[in-house]
Design a protein around this ligand. Sequence first.
Ligand code: ZN
Ligand code: ZN
Length: 353
Amino acid sequence: MTRIEKLQAELSKRDLDAVVLFSESNVRYAGQFAFTDGAVAVARDRALLLTDSRYIEAAQAEARDVEVRLADAKHPLTAQLRDFLSGCKRIAAEEQRLPYADWKRLEEKLETALLPGDEVLSALRAVKDPEEIAALTAAQRIAEQALEEVLPFLRPGVKERDIAAELTYRMMRLGGEGNSFDPITITGANTSKPHGVPGEAVVRPGDFVTMDFGTLVGGYHSDMTRTVAVGYATDEMRRVYDTVLRAQLAGIERMRAGTTGAEVHQAADELITAAGYGGFFGHGFGHSVGLEIHEGPSASPRNTQPLPDGAVVTAEPGIYLPGAFGVRIEDMIHVTAAGPVNLTAAPKELMIL
Ligand code: ZN
Ligand code: ZN
């Protein structure tokens, strides 16, 4: 089945005649072509990609299974959408992504009330096909290689910002399409802030350094975190590291199709609490990754739905002791009916540089 055919099957399952997409990740997913302005409309028996002169040539060459047409002043996008959707009654759009003003304008143009359509896409995007798994894995391999190259650089006196710069530079040199998000490269007491911003602080002996970073291949985001010690690690640092690692392994063990996101989170949370660090793991165990760095479904207490066969979800528990230090370890896991497949190959025993 092509992606468009899968979307069409989803439309009929949800009793919809068509869905209109504008957001960058959804148009890319549906048309299998990256562009920032335009739309993809999918009806039960046809699909249309509309874009402007900046993208039209590439779109005609690269987009798959959709008709590609130019939208310009003479042939406005909304007028073409109206023609394409004539005969469609139940039309959905992206209720969480399309600005309210655009939603209302589109309703006026199509002379119909739009229906919520986000789930049409999120249901499909949650389950990665082999091509998507290959892209995610390729991005992850680049990140791992960059980390290996940067480890010798982690010495006392090195600035947080410079660690971010080194990782970014190396990932791009290795074929990555940029950062999948601004790298978090923090040291010492800053590591107790899960999303700390790298600044002028320098690595000191006895510091933990946390590096959370990733790159993209074919638009697919990788995401990994490693925490390493520089010089030496105290007993408490070792205890916390060991607890986070065991919590991560306990969560990963539960990451199979059919287990709820909440159950995965709970497995890690219970272990952390039993070790005496209850209350110091404040965020969710993991999130899906794909064309966006944070997607659904998540492995968090909020997600009481079973994880689908084929999801790719991060496993990233942490313990953060304010004013002292924090540890997070993050891998990307392919959730299957047969069990978890770890897409991350980098070692994670405590490393003391
Ligand atoms: Zn991360
Ligand atoms: Zn993450």
